[in-house]
Design a protein around this ligand. Structure first.
Ligand SMILES: *[C@@H]1O[C@H](CO)[C@@H](O)[C@H](O)[C@H]1NC(C)=O
Ligand SMILES: *[C@@H]1O[C@H](CO)[C@@H](O)[C@H](O)[C@H]1NC(C)=O
Length: 451
């Protein structure tokens, strides 16, 4: 008993010394690299950039040097007109400023899917002259931690991209495969994703053994929506996302040299009872310690104070955030203000109904006006396969161009699963669906971007 205790103490001391000398070093002598990405912009999406800034603070405090961390964030929040405390971003009520010291490697329009894949795969040439130009320059002994927080939909992760480009599952898989095939790029990669339906990026797509030498684990939410939490009445927006806040609170509480990835997963999965948290890839990685991806330094006692409880009445599905914010604001003081917000709620509800109607019309026309077929398409819950993506991307692109820009309309993302169903159904042809989208949206007033 005694002996065991002293062994643990010794290990901790050794790790602290290594941390002080040369950043955080893994037991095999490798280093930790991190890519942190907030894939949205706008004050309604405050929470995504807040989550990513907070993740940076954890890595920084845990001894990972800035030269091993690359951050992609639009950076329109800290000095936004609506931010009452300019230069400050918080991730929990009365929380510390998580914006301080965050390296802003890529901001604004450089936060796009093409750049994300280049940075991840270490394509230094490809990033020359863009942002800080920094990429993940990991070696064969190194671990990579990727944290992606954003809106998502079936088979895609969204970016705040004016061109409306998204990251589709096959593109991410291809990059992982190329990195793994080289065998010199990394040892182990762990990716935490917070986005609606992000499980569809990996489920049935990500192999469990990309390569015997490298391993990859991804930790994401499955088919449901992601959930926002910590509504701040002063700022008029949500400060965090449920899953992100939980894994980060856990990381600040536990001894990460002892906690295994799988234990963190179980804790977060149990607490995230609003949706399913899932893991994909090589689950053997789960037995590695969290410190091998997030670093570790024992927290000072003041960090151990109880964290603000999450008020479950305020927790809202990510796609309902714009509406949720209006509803919270409606508790305004004057009756005039209440009326103002009631009007906007009504307008937004109407525009959502309109969007659903347009999608139903597209399905109806595509299926040759067969009502039963439409019912089937709406309920089939199809899991996209790699070979379906040519069809799926074509439908999503045209829908985004002709009907509702999905990069500006989180609610439109919730409808994309029906296009996935069309591609999986085999009965309704892609060509008919394309014609239907074109026809319906050319002749309809689609109120683009209202929601
Ligand atoms: C991404 O940003 C780069 C500039 O950093 C730009 O050249 C490229 O066209 C953008 N990609 C897309 C898909 O918008
Ligand atoms: C989720 O857990 C919280 C406590 O952490 C509880 O208040 C809430 O009712 C639970 N929700 C569901 C849907 O189980």
């Amino acid at each position: 008993m005694w002996r065991q205790t002293s062994i643990i103490v010794t290990l901790t001391v050794v790790l602290q010394i290594l941390t002080a000398v040369n950043g955080y070093q893994l037991p095999n002598g490798g280093k930790i690299w991190a890519l942190l990405v907030a894939g949205s912009n706008g004050f309604d999406n405050y929470r995504h950039q807040a989550d990513i800034c907070h993740a940076y603070q954890i890595l920084h405090r845990n001894g990972i040097p800035d030269e091993n961390i690359v951050v992609m964030m639009y950076d329109d929040i800290a000095y936004a007109h609506s931010n009452l405390d300019p230069g400050v971003i918080i991730n929990q009520p009365n929380g510390p400023n998580v914006y301080e010291g965050v390296p802003k490697d890529y901001t604004g329009e450089t936060v796009n899917s093409t750049n994300f894949l280049k940075i991840l795969s270490g394509d230094e040439k490809g990033m020359e002259g863009v942002g800080s130009g920094r990429v993940i320059k990991s070696g064969p002994k190194d671990h990579i931690f990727v944290n992606f927080v954003d809106h998502g939909a079936t088979g895609l992760l969204a970016f705040p991209d004016l061109s409306g480009q998204n990251l589709y599952a096959p593109e991410l898989l291809k990059t992982f495969q190329q990195m793994a095939a080289k065998k010199t790029v990394f040892k182990t990669l762990v990716m935490y994703v917070e986005a609606c339906e992000s499980g569809s990026m990996f489920d049935g797509i990500l192999p469990t053994d990309l390569n015997e030498l490298v391993s990859l684990l991804s930790f994401v939410k499955m088919r449901q929506s992601s959930y926002a939490c910590y509504y701040d009445p002063e700022l008029g927006t949500y400060l965090g996302d449920f899953f992100s806040v939980l894994w980060m609170q856990d990381s600040e509480k536990e001894n990460l040299v002892r906690e295994m990835i799988h234990q963190q997963f179980e804790i977060v999965r149990t607490e995230t009872n609003t949706s399913h948290v899932e893991e994909y890839g090589d689950l053997v990685i789960g037995s590695l310690h969290v410190s091998e991806f997030l670093g570790y330094r024992p927290s000072p006692p003041e960090n151990k104070r109880p964290l603000p409880a999450i008020n479950m009445n305020e927790v809202v599905s990510s796609r309902d955030v714009p509406l949720g914010i209006l509803k919270m604001k409606k508790h305004a003081r004057s009756s005039e203000e209440r009326e103002h917000y009631a009007f906007h709620i009504q307008r937004m509800t109407k525009s959502r109904k309109h969007l659903e109607k347009i999608v139903s019309q597209i399905l109806l026309m595509a299926s040759g006006y067969d009502v039963n077929k439409v019912e089937h398409l709406k309920n089939m819950n199809y899991k996209l396969k790699l070979e379906d993506y040519d069809c799926y991307k074509a439908l999503v692109s045209l829908f985004s161009e002709e009907c509702f820009k999905i990069s500006e309309n989180a609610y439109a993302l919730s409808q994309l699963k029906y296009f996935a169903n069309i591609c999986g159904d085999g009965d309704v042809q892609m060509a008919s669906a394309l014609i239907a989208i074109k026809n319906i949206c050319t002749f309809e007033e689609t109120m683009n971007g209202v929601d």
